[in-house]
Ligand binder design. Structure first.
Ligand SMILES: Cc1cc2nc3c(=O)[nH]c(=O)nc-3n(C[C@H](O)[C@H](O)[C@H](O)COP(=O)(O)OP(=O)(O)OC[C@H]3O[C@@H](n4cnc5c(N)ncnc54)[C@H](O)[C@@H]3O)c2cc1C
Length: 447
């Protein structure tokens, strides 16, 4: 099965680890290069600062992780992640209505991102042909100009020495800060991009909360009703008897500096949510972390799949290709779906590595396209959002709104929406006649 020699992966985040897992089946040696130091326990890392904020794992991501790392879900629970009923234990206020709560037959693991990532890393460390270099920063590619081929990378180590790594394929999994697009420009390769300005900011703090007998949920989401409401928030139980609370805003509605300057800034900020539920919980809680801020000025999808003269030997995955609006919790699951697509392609037994890479970029464009469309449809509800609008935007927004409203009164519609939102079923199931009729009836009712 190991028909190729050596693969290098830039970045040991979620996509880097997933790529390492998949490529270890097909390459004799896989080298993963990560600029952060090794985590000895599940704590946020400098190189993946977003890990300080709420990270939900959708069903598609959870299923894929279990397939790639058998037993991982149980490991999450054994070390404190919470197993919740995805519809019963989630209290979700969305577009001005509370969604129904009932047993829809699905479970979700609640945990912090460092906890999830740490468990994946333990699996990767146990793969004999994967070598991990921590504290190594990839600075440059080795490039054969005549063949238009990437042949390796140049790396700076923690003590400032330079190392070189040569391989058959270099995978860029270095995330949104990847240097590849700029590097490619210098060698005359332009990457077309879709970019949508959203002005999103995230503010997060961890709490311990007193017992509350009336708390009958494990995660509460208070999302804004756009366009007039721009701030949303969440409060979720996670491992270690902690609660993570994240408040986000579009169009930079939150003054993060002011929040950080005030000792109780986060709790004060929670008063600005469309409902006071989260404030009512955390006002009596004990903050157990500093307040963290993360900005996502724009979302971006780099179309490596469209470039004919992309150097050979270069494969791109994860946030390097697309940073999506994180409010919908899809980024890690997209990375899992991409890794599964990569595995499927390699299993087809083609010895033509370059062909596999080219097809991979096209396959992941198909995965991203549907999700990108779903996400920007919501982002464009705000007038400050700018960028290329999807075709049929107004209709899509209208249809989605009816689905959101129906989710507060119709179990079947909500359960179908949950499957689409969790990326386990295509959007088209929300257009089936049974649901279409309900959507039309709802729209007559509210007009
Ligand atoms: C605020 C926020 C909230 C989010 N919430 C969710 C959520 O609820 N659910 C969800 O599924 N997704 C969420 N996401 C998305 C998710 O974080 C990303 O999709 C995911 O981390 C992508 O993984 P990645 O490995 O591609 O990139 P990253 O996680 O960014 O990892 C890149 C890695 O590469 C390393 N690196 C970078 N450059 C170099 C270099 N030159 N040399 C060596 N190493 C390098 C970095 O140190 C890092 O470890 C959220 C994102 C943000 C910003």
């Amino acid at each position: 099965m190991k028909r190729h020699e050596k693969a290098i992966i830039i970045g040991g985040g979620i996509s880097g680890k997933l790529a390492a897992r998949v490529l270890s089946e097909f390459f004799k040696e896989v080298v993963m290069i990560e600029r952060d130091q090794e985590s000895v326990r599940p704590v946020p890392r400098k190189g993946a600062r977003q890990g300080e904020h709420l990270h939900a794992l959708l069903h598609a991501g959870a299923h894929g992780l279990e397939e790639l790392f058998p037993g991982i879900t149980e490991k999450f629970y054994e070390s404190g992640a919470l197993k919740i009923n995805s519809t019963k234990d989630l209290a979700w206020f969305h577009h001005g209505v509370w969604k129904l709560r009932f047993d829809g037959g699905y479970t979700t693991a609640l945990q912090t991102r460092p906890h999830l990532e740490w468990h994946i890393e333990q699996y990767i460390k146990a793969i004999p042909n994967v070598l991990i270099y921590y504290n190594h920063n990839v600075k440059n590619y080795f490039y054969n100009i005549e063949e238009n081929r990437i042949t390796g990378v140049e790396v700076i180590t923690a003590n400032n020495s330079t190392k070189t790594f040569i391989a058959d394929v270099v995978v860029d999994a270095s995330g949104a800060s990847s240097f590849t697009t700029n590097w490619l420009k210098q060698v005359g390769v332009d990457i077309p991009q879709h970019k949508v300005e959203i002005g999103l900011s995230y503010v997060t703090q961890l709490f311990q909360l007193p017992e509350n007998r009336s708390r009958d949920w494990m995660i509460k989401l208070i999302y804004p009703n756009p366009p007039h409401e721009k701030i949303g928030g969440s409060l979720s139980k996670v491992e270690g008897d902690q609660y993570i609370s994240t408040i986000m805003s579009y169009e930079y509605e939150i003054n993060e500096k002011q929040v950080l300057e005030n000792e109780h800034g986060f709790i004060e900020l929670s008063k600005r949510l469309p409902k006071l539920d989260i404030y009512d919980e955390i006002k009596d809680g004990t903050p157990i972390s500093k307040t963290s801020v993360f900005r996502v000025p724009h979302i971006i999808w780099k179309r490596f799949d469209k470039v004919r003269n992309l150097p050979a030997g270069l494969l791109l995955i994860g946030d390097t290709v697309c940073r999506i609006d994180p409010v919908f919790g899809q980024g890690m699951s997209i990375a899992v779906l991409e890794a599964m697509a990569l595995q499927k392609l390699f299993l087809k037994k083609s010895n033509n590595l370059q062909k596999t890479i080219t097809i991979f970029h096209k396959k992941i464009a198909k995965i991203i396209s549907v999700i990108w469309n779903m996400v920007v449809t919501e982002d464009f509800r705000y007038s400050g959002t700018s960028g290329k609008k999807p075709i049929g935007l107004k209709f899509q927004q209208w249809y989605a709104k009816q689905i959101f409203l129906l989710s507060s009164e119709d179990e079947k519609v909500y359960n179908t929406f949950i499957k689409v939102m969790n990326l386990v079923k295509p959007m088209t199931i929300l257009m089936k006649p049974g649901i279409l009729i309900k959507v039309l009836a709802m729209s007559f009712r509210i007009e």
